[in-house]
Design a protein around this ligand. Structure first.
Ligand code: AOF
Ligand code: ZN
Length: 357
C-alpha cells in the first residue's frame, strides 16, 4: 500500500465515528511500515481517544521508523485527550502525512512542532476529501451565524417529491431510506416545513445502524405555528426534543399550546434569524428533509451548504409536487453550479451529493 492508498483507507476508517464524535471531527489514521499497514485507528467517540494513539498502539514497536498517515493534522494540545504529538514522538515515527491542517486554533500546530523536532512532515495532501468528510466540523469554525445546512430530498426522475395528492411514501427504496437513517445520525437537528409536518406526520428519528451520541432535535419551520398537538413530532417531544421556528408575529395562543405540549418555540423575523437562533442554542448542523417550499426558500437565500439528492426511477408528472418551489431562475451563464462530491447507487436509486462552492 502506498501513502495515497493509506490516506484513502484512513478516510474510510474515519467514517466509523459518524454520529458519535460530533462536534469533533471524523479522523482516521494508518501506520505504514515498508508498505504494509501495521496499525489502524479512528476517533470513535466524542471525548474519547484520538485516531493516532489507537493506530500507534496497535503498531507497537513496528511504528519505530514508520510513516503515520492521518486524515487530520495531529493535535498539539491537552484537551479531553492528551496531545497526539506526544504519542507520535514516543512511538518513534519518522514520517507523518496529514490530510488537512486542523482549523481548531486550540489544537493545531502539531505539524510544525513535529517538523521542528526533525520528523518528515507533509501537511494538506488530502485537503478536499477531508474537508468534504468534515464539512460540519469546518463550518463550525468558519461561520458562526448559522448551522451547517444540508438539504436531503428524494425525488422522481422528473424532480417531484410527492404525487398530486401530496403523498411521498415511498418514492425511494429501502436501501436509500436506510442510508437516510445513517445520515441523520451525523446531524444535530433534522428539519421540515410545516406543510410536510402536517401532511406526512413524520417521526424524524434515527432508526438505523448508528445510534447517535446526541439524539438530533426535530425542527419544524412554520411561520404561523399552525402545528396540531396530535402530530407525532409534538406527541413524542418527550423522547426527542422538538422545536418549532415561527414568525415573530405567530399567534400567541398557538405558541402557548406548543409550549405546554413540551415543544420549544423559536420566534424569528426571518429564516436567517431562525437559523442564527438555532445556532445560538448549540445546533451546529441541520438536515432539512423537505418540503419543496422550505427547500426553495433556503436555496434561494443561499442558506444550503450541501444537497443530498436521492433520485428514484419513477415519474410523477406535472401535478406532482416540485422538489424546490419558489427558487428564482437565473440564465445559464449566471446559474449557480455546485461541486459534485459523491455519486453512488442505493439499490435502484441514485445518490448525488453536491456542495455549494
Ligand atoms: C487529532 N486526532 O483523532 C482528533 C483530533 O477535546 P479533545 O482532546 O478530544 O480534542 C478535540 C480537538 O482535537 C478537536 O476540536 C480537533 O481540533 C482535534 N481532533 N485531533 O489529532 C483526532 N479527533
Ligand atoms: Zn489528537
Amino acid at each position: 500500500m502506498d501513502e495515497r492508498e493509506a490516506m484513502a483507507h484512513a478516510l474510510s476508517l474515519a467514517w466509523r465515528g459518524w454520529g458519535r464524535v460530533h462536534p469533533n471531527p471524523l479522523v482516521g489514521a494508518v501506520v505504514l511500515a515498508d508498505g504494509l499497514v501495521v496499525g489502524e485507528g479512528w476517533h470513535a467517540e466524542f471525548g474519547g481517544r484520538h485516531a493516532e494513539p489507537g493506530a500507534l498502539e496497535r503498531a507497537g514497536e513496528r511504528a519505530r521508523g514508520a510513516t503515520l498517515v492521518v486524515t487530520l493534522e495531529p493535535c498539539d494540545h491537552q484537551g479531553k485527550q492528551p496531545p497526539c504529538t506526544e504519542a507520535i514522538l514516543r512511538a518513534g515515527v519518522r514520517r507523518v502525512v496529514a490530510g488537512l491542517a486542523d482549523p481548531n486554533p486550540a489544537a493545531s500546530g502539531g505539524a510544525a512542532r513535529l517538523g521542528s523536532l526533525g520528523l518528515q512532515v507533509e501537511l494538506g495532501v488530502a485537503r478536499e476529501a477531508v474537508a468534504t468528510q468534515n464539512a460540519r466540523f469546518l463550518h463550525g469554525f468558519r461561520n458562526q451565524s448559522r448551522p451547517f445546512v444540508a438539504l436531503k430530498l428524494a425525488t422522481s426522475l422528473d424532480g417531484r417529491i410527492a404525487d398530486s395528492s401530496g403523498h411521498s411514501r415511498w418514492i425511494s427504496g429501502e436501501p436509500a431510506r436506510d442510508y437516510v437513517h445513517w445520515l441523520r445520525a451525523g446531524f444535530a437537528a433534522i428539519g421540515v416545513g410545516g406543510r410536510t409536518a402536517r401532511l406526512d406526520d413524520p417521526r424524524l428519528t434515527v432508526r438505523g445502524p448508528v445510534t447517535p451520541r446526541v439524539t438530533p432535535r426535530r425542527v419544524i419551520f412554520d411561520a404561523g405555528a399552525d402545528i396540531d398537538s396530535r402530530l407525532t413530532l409534538v406527541r413524542t417531544a418527550g423522547e426527542a426534543a422538538t422545536t418549532v421556528v415561527t414568525a415573530s408575529d405567530a399567534p400567541s395562543d398557538r405558541v402557548e399550546r406548543l409550549l405546554s405540549a413540551g415543544v420549544s418555540v423559536v420566534r424569528a423575523g426571518t429564516l436567517e434569524e431562525g437559523l442564527r437562533m438555532l445556532r445560538g442554542e448549540g445546533i451546529d448542523s441541520l438536515l432539512v428533509e423537505g418540503g419543496g417550499r422550505l427547500a426553495g426558500a433556503l436555496l434561494g437565500l443561499g442558506l444550503v451548504d450541501r444537497y443530498y439528492w436521492v433520485q428514484s426511477p419513477l415519474w410523477l408528472g406535472d401535478r406532482g409536487v416540485p422538489a424546490t418551489a419558489g427558487l428564482p431562475s437565473d440564465p445559464i451563464a449566471r446559474a449557480e453550479r455546485w461541486a459534485v462530491v459523491e455519486r453512488r447507487a442505493l439499490g435502484e436509486d441514485t445518490l448525488l451529493v453536491a456542495d455549494r462552492r
